[in-house]
Design a binder for this molecule. Structure first.
Ligand code: SIN
Ligand code: MN
Length: 200
């Protein structure tokens, strides 16, 4: 795992926020998906790129169409492709193809979280997972490749990049808690996370 603290300047964070807002607007807003067991997520999501990650009663998967609109997801902005490829080079993946970016928004609430999971819906499980944090800090938990492995906690702050690669590619991870008001990037606080994946 590679945790790059303060990788993005405030100006870059503002630019990333603007790109994320545009993507959400093109997609007709963000949605709060349902898990296969029928429970709702405690964060809202949208995607850009050739496919988007979706979740509903039928399971977790990548889809060419946004189920909310039945239209393709917003294209990946060239700026995001470039950022992801640059980060992938740092973990020796010069051929990395950021095919999709999942955008998660966690409202400034004690309820916002993401349960322990493994990113394993990609068809190709080798390329790294690249995550960028914006807005409020969160307590992030990361363990091993088995759900029951012990976990350690770290704080992800605005401007941090986290790359799960090599041995950590399939590590279980969770967003345990948002620390509301720790950043002023978003007017009403809250946390935004951008996760790049090469799916194929
Ligand atoms: C995710 O695991 O999909 C998102 C992680 C995060 O919000 O930091
Ligand atoms: Mn994940």
């Amino acid at each position: 795992m590679l945790h790059l603290q303060n990788y993005f300047t405030i100006a870059q964070q503002e630019e990333l926020l603007e790109l994320a807002r545009n993507i959400a607007a093109i997609n007709g807003g963000m949605t709060t998906p349902t898990m296969p067991n029928g429970a709702r997520y405690n964060c809202s999501q949208t995607s850009c790129g050739q496919v988007g990650w979706i979740s509903d009663r039928k399971g977790y998967r990548y889809s060419k169409l946004n189920p909310e609109s039945n239209k393709p997801f917003a294209a990946m902005p060239a700026e995001l492709t470039e950022i992801a490829r640059k980060l992938a080079i740092l973990v020796d993946e010069p051929d990395y193809q950021p095919e999709t970016c999942l955008i998660n928004f966690y409202a400034a609430s004690t309820k916002s979280r993401l349960g322990l999971h493994q990113d394993n819906t990609e068809h190709n499980l080798k390329p790294c997972i690249i995550s960028i944090s914006l807005g409020d800090d969160c307590i992030f938990s990361i363990g091993g490749n088995n759900r029951k492995d012990p976990t350690t906690e770290l704080i992800l702050r605005a401007g941090d990049a986290l790359i799960l690669h090599g041995k950590s590619r399939l590590a279980f991870h969770a967003v345990k808690k948002i620390l509301p008001g720790t950043s002023n990037l978003l007017k009403n606080h809250g946390r935004l996370n951008l996760t790049f994946r090469q799916v194929y």
